[in-house]
Structure formats: C-alpha cells, structure tokens
Design a protein around this ligand. Structure first.
Ligand SMILES: [Zn+2]
Length: 268
C-alpha cells in the first residue's frame, strides 16, 4: 500500500559498511542537507568483520553520525560483511529499499574499488538500478521506481570523476561526522588493530583527496562522483560553481548566464 511509504528522498547513498557513506560522501550529504534536500543511506552490512570496535559500539557510532548528517532515513540490510556481491537475495532486498525511498539520485561505491565489498556493492547497485524499474521483478509493497540517475563515489581506488561536489562549506562538518566513528580511528593511548583508517595520518589523507579534487574544480574542497550515464542539463552554464583551472576565473555572476561585465552592459 503506497500510503505506508515514506516521502521520497532526493539523494540515496548505498554503502557496504556503516562508515563508508561518511568517509566518502560526508561532505556531499551535509551539503545536500543544507540545500534542503532529503537524504538517506542504506548500509548493506553491519561491518561485523571490522578489526576494531564491537558491533554495539559501531551501532552507537552510526546513530551519532546519522544524527550529525541529518539523514531522513538510514537502514541496514545486514547482508553479511565480507560477502557483498551481486546475488539474488541482495538484489531483492536492495530493489525493495530503493523502491521504498524513491530517490532522484543513487550514489554507490565505484565498481572497480580495491575492497571486494565496495566493488560488490557497486555492481549490485548497478544491477538493482535497472531492476527497480522492472514492474514484475520482486513485487512488494512499493511499486516499481527507477531512479533517474546513478553515480559512483570514490573509496580506495581512484577514478576519473565526471563531477565534483563542492563541499568547501562542509569539510569541517565531514571531519566531525567521521569522528563519530571513534573506534575506527587512532586514539592516543588506545591499542587497536592497525587498519588504514586507524593510521594517525588518515585525516590528512582525507583532506588531501578533498583538496586535490576541489582544486581541479576551482573550489577549496570537493568530493568526486562519476555518473553512470551522462546527465542532461537544460542550461550548460548554470550548474557551474568554482573557477576551474587557475587563470580561468569566471565573471562574478553565478546566475546570469554568459553576459560578461563590460560587454552586456555597454550594449544596453
Ligand atoms: Zn567500507
């Protein structure tokens, strides 16, 4: 019954593990929220194979991060850490959740990521994106709904992005959201398994990547996304923020099309 469905969301992030959305797209989720968009995260596992932190601690940390992100929905499909791949039971579960939330944009991990769960989640999302629109596939309480746009976000393995989300105003917020996962990070005086994100240098890596992609787009901090299919835009000049390469400074008008000061004015 459609009456029981939640209001549709604008942005849905699919994550293999409960801190992936925060680490990879924390700025994008905060920026989207600040723009008034409705946001959601679907975690595919509880991260129960993690070398650090027990499940109860990680659940509390996820709840704290969810509150900081201001998410409208967060669900966990509990498909089994270390087993995420494109398979029938996972398809049925994820298709049902996407149909329930009816997002405009779905973002999933890059399909060639180093981590098998991330790559598996990307492949699963790609296949589910198609199946969500197949009316007779796994019918459930929510009707068929194919999100208009699917994109991929960057975890371990870099790729050439097709768009950079400007997170300059939300980078500190992203760091705060990441810190909600205290058990996963380096804490002075506390021993734990040596993982990539528990390295004391990890926050510097996060900043370096955000700076690298931000600089390429002419903003301070950015998060890279690669669209599965190129999106259509009605006005190819209206969506640009930032200045691009050094020396290509745009005229100060962000919203006035192509009129260049001193040119359009003289013609009046
Ligand atoms: Zn992960």
């Amino acid at each position: 019954m459609s009456e029981s469905l939640p209001d549709p969301v604008d942005l849905l992030v699919i994550a293999a593990h409960p801190d992936d959305a925060e680490l990879c797209l924390g700025g994008t989720l905060l920026a989207s929220r600040a723009l008034g968009l409705r946001t959601a995260v679907v975690d595919l596992t509880r991260g129960e194979l993690s070398s650090r932190g027990d499940p109860e601690t990680r659940l509390r940390e996820t709840e704290a991060a969810t509150a900081l992100l201001g998410l409208d929905h967060r669900t966990n499909l509990d498909l089994g850490d270390g087993t995420i791949r494109d398979r029938d039971d996972a398809r049925v579960a994820l298709v049902g959740e996407i149909r329930r939330l009816r997002p405009k944009v779905v973002l999933a991990p890059w399909r060639d990521d180093l981590h098998p769960d991330h790559a598996g989640a990307g492949e699963l999302a790609f296949r589910c994106h198609y199946l969500t629109g197949v009316r007779l596939y796994a019918p459930g309480p929510a009707p068929a709904w194919r999100p208009p746009q699917l994109g991929y976000y960057m975890a371990h393995t870099p790729f050439e992005p097709s768009v950079i989300v400007d997170i300059s105003d939300h980078f500190e917020g992203k760091l705060a959201v990441m810190r909600a996962y205290a058990s996963q990070f380096h804490q002075p005086g506390i021993d734990g398994a040596p993982t990539k994100i528990a390295d004391p240098e990890f926050p510097r890596f996060v900043e370096g990547r955000a700076r690298e992609y931000g600089v390429r787009a002419g903003v301070r901090y950015g998060e890279p996304i690669r669209w599965h299919d190129p999106p259509a835009v009605a006005d190819p000049t209206s969506w640009i923020v930032g200045e691009g390469l050094p020396g290509s400074r745009r005229p100060e008008h962000r919203t006035h099309g192509l009129s260049v000061p001193g040119t359009a004015g003289e013609a009046e």
